[in-house]
Design a protein around this ligand. Structure first.
Ligand code: NAP
Length: 458
């Protein structure tokens, strides 16, 4: 195939990738965005296969079959709550592939490799290898296979930075001595170790943001490889991936009022017990579903506040049913959406859209907070950190400074969760003990179903 045709196909594919990001930024068009990305990738792969002379088509075929057989069931079976883990897994494999192609390219080009190519290859290998181990640790922490709390030890930041510095120093050495190939495995080992040390010292609550940062690294690494291979679509796709990952990480850290340095090196969550220690001694009064139904039946305005627990219990459909029932009785219903409710940006929007909740009933934090003082009942469905007043009034708390939904300002707060346990940050919630808070303990779906029955019965 001529170079010109390949270029045209790459241009179409790049356009589709850009359109996919545009469409995915709105709930209504996100499915189209997904299909644009799929089409762009199919065109990019086809154009690449046609452009290059493939010497071993059988190996390629086996790889495609193996990838499809392993990937399809994972994509179909992974629950919404495990999407961050699945994303971490994709980054781990993607970045490992990029790093290994970089290594192969280096050895293939020897001995006539130029210093510029070596410099770019070193950058992409370091990013690729550190993203591989970093994403693997993030995956294991999110899955609960290894403890989520940060693993801290004296001088850990210095050790990590010295490690990265050594990899950078050896890269400079290789640029100056491009044929000294013995350095490559050492650089790879140092980068792998750095990714491990970096993420093992970060708390589980920060993993979604870490994954977005690693996503950005994986994209940059792929883009750098595109320059080495002179593959334009790899440059474009890698840049889009790198920049969108960075933007996502910035949005998340802004919503949590945290800096990148604090997320990467702050070890937030290491002092988990101290953060919530005093609360264990207090008691909380549980209310029955019937009590909650009576309060709801007498309300004029109700705001639902969904969080991670709604996702776990898959309670979005029954929540919509309850909302419909209340609306049928003339009660004004709204949903308050915190930007980091759940475990990924847009988590609540996606689940509520799945349950056909009208988009105009979803209120972002800035719009709903001024309305809480006039709200009769705020019903918190499996949310915790995003409502915790410690973010406003406890300067020592790891949550301090994070913008929250001001549910405590509502006349009555109904909390639906299973225990008085803490949320993802590990910080206990004083709101459970407020006089205007009603704790209704149980699985969100079960409690909401019982509430509907109680309202219908009464
Ligand atoms: P959260 O603070 O983690 O609290 C979720 C609560 O749901 C838990 O306290 C749990 O209490 C309850 N729960 C779990 N399963 C349940 C079930 N089946 N039925 C009823 N309740 C259940 O969640 P959040 O309020 O949504 O806050 C999100 C947290 O994730 C924040 O700390 C945020 O910073 C962090 N985060 C989010 C993102 C993002 O992009 N969304 C990114 C980075 C970090 P029980 O165990 O007592 O039931």
């Amino acid at each position: 195939m001529s170079d010109l045709v390949t270029l045209y196909l790459y241009a179409v594919s790049a356009l589709l990738f850009a359109l996919s990001l545009r469409f995915m930024s709105e709930v209504e068009t996100s499915r189209i965005g997904n299909w644009c990305a799929v089409a762009g990738m199919v065109i990019a792969i086809a154009a690449t296969l046609l452009a290059y002379t493939i010497r071993q088509t059988d190996l390629l075929l086996y790889a495609v079959i193996a990838g499809t057989v392993i990937g399809t069931p994972i994509a179909l079976k992974v629950p919404m709550t495990a999407v961050p883990q699945r994303t971490a897994m994709s980054h781990a494999f993607g970045s490992l592939a990029v790093a290994l192609v970089g290594v192969a390219e280096y050895y293939t080009d020897l001995p006539n490799i130029n210093p510029f190519t070596v410099a770019v290859l070193c950058g992409e290998m370091v990013l690729g290898f550190l993203t591989f181990t970093g994403s693997t640790i993030a995956l294991l922490k999110l899955q609960g296979t290894i403890p989520g709390r940060p693993f801290v030890y004296p001088g850990r930041i210095a050790v990590s930075l010295a490690n990265l510095g050594a990899a950078a120093g050896l890269s400079v050495y290789l640029v100056l001595n491009p044929t000294h190939s013995f350095v490559i495995p050492v650089i790879a080992a140092l980068a792998l170790l750095f990714g491990f040390l970096l993420v093992i010292a970060i708390g589980g609550a920060d993993m979604p943001t870490v994954i977005a940062i690693l996503n950005s690294f994986a994209g940059m690494s792929a883009s750098a490889l595109g320059f080495v291979l002179d593959n334009k679509i790899l440059i474009v796709a890698g840049s889009l991936d790198g920049s969108s990952g960075l933007v996502l990480a910035l949005i998340m850290s802004k919503a949590m009022n945290r800096s990148f340095v604090n997320i990467l090196f702050g070890a937030v969550g290491a002092k988990r017990e101290e953060a919530g220690g005093s609360i264990e001694k207090r008691t909380v009064q549980g209310y029955s579903v019937q009590d909650a139904a009576t309060v709801l039946a007498n309300a004029r305005t109700v705001v639902f506040v969904p969080g991670y627990g709604m996702a776990v219990s898959q309670a979005q459909h029954v929540l919509k049913e309850l909302a419909d029932l209340l609306e049928g009785r003339g009660i004004d219903v709204k949903y308050a959406i915190h930007p980091v409710a759940g475990r990924m940006p847009g988590h609540m929007n996606v689940l509520l859209a799945e349950a056909n909740v009208p988009y105009e009933q979803l209120y972002e934090m800035e719009r709903i907070n001024p309305l809480f003082p006039e709200t009769d009942v705020a019903v918190v469905v499996g949310a915790n950190d995003i409502t915790n007043p410690a973010a406003r009034n406890k300067p020592g708390s790891p949550l301090f400074g994070m913008p929250i939904l001001d549910v405590d300002k509502a006349k009555t707060v109904i909390f639906i969760k299973r225990t008085t346990g803490a949320g993802f940050s590990g910080v206990e919630n004083d709101l459970f003990f407020n006089p205007n808070t009603m704790m209704v303990f149980g699985d969100a779906k079960k409690v909401l179903t019982d509430l509907i029955a109680a309202l219908k019965g009464g």
